[in-house]
Design a protein around this ligand. Sequence first.
Ligand code: FE2
Ligand code: FE2
Length: 193
Amino acid sequence: MTNSGALSAEIRHIYLGEGHHAYGLHHLNQLQHALQSATRAEAQGLSPALVLAALLHDVGHMVHDLGHAPAEEGVDDRHEALGAAWAAERFPPAVSEPIRLHVAAKRYLCATEAGYQAALSKDSVLSLALQGGPMSPAEQRAFLALPYAQDALTLRRIDEKAKDPHAVTPTLDQFLTKCLAAVLGTQASAAQA
Ligand SMILES: [Fe+2]
Ligand SMILES: [Fe+2]
């Protein structure tokens, strides 16, 4: 089996096994949220790496054993760090870093963009407090200096909108076929250069 084939099988196993659990307090599940995020990323013409990051940005929720709604129990599952660690073992930083920073991006936007925090969904408000609340000015400066901060902001804006229980999307297999070949191909040519 190729590297891409093994990864595809692993991601299918995670999302088809764990993806049916509810996404936060919404009437959609983790798999729907992942597919909607990737669909929006693709529609915006983003790179295959960022489309893949959108697809996998909440994988951290599915690779821990803290239950399926830890925020409701007052627990921050640190899913961005867990997900980024998982992704960094498999993909280049263009995929894993936006995943790592997508919660920081939310904290940044809450601090800097008028109306952003007020428009957050109920579960995002709940988790915001556990995640540290809006960033301080010093935290904002440090965040913006990070290499993938802009990609993380783009991802976070997509994330907040990808919560429609009725959205129609391509399938997981369709995204995996397109994105894995493109991202791992890029990685292979970069290694040869
Ligand atoms: Fe998330
Ligand atoms: Fe999300």
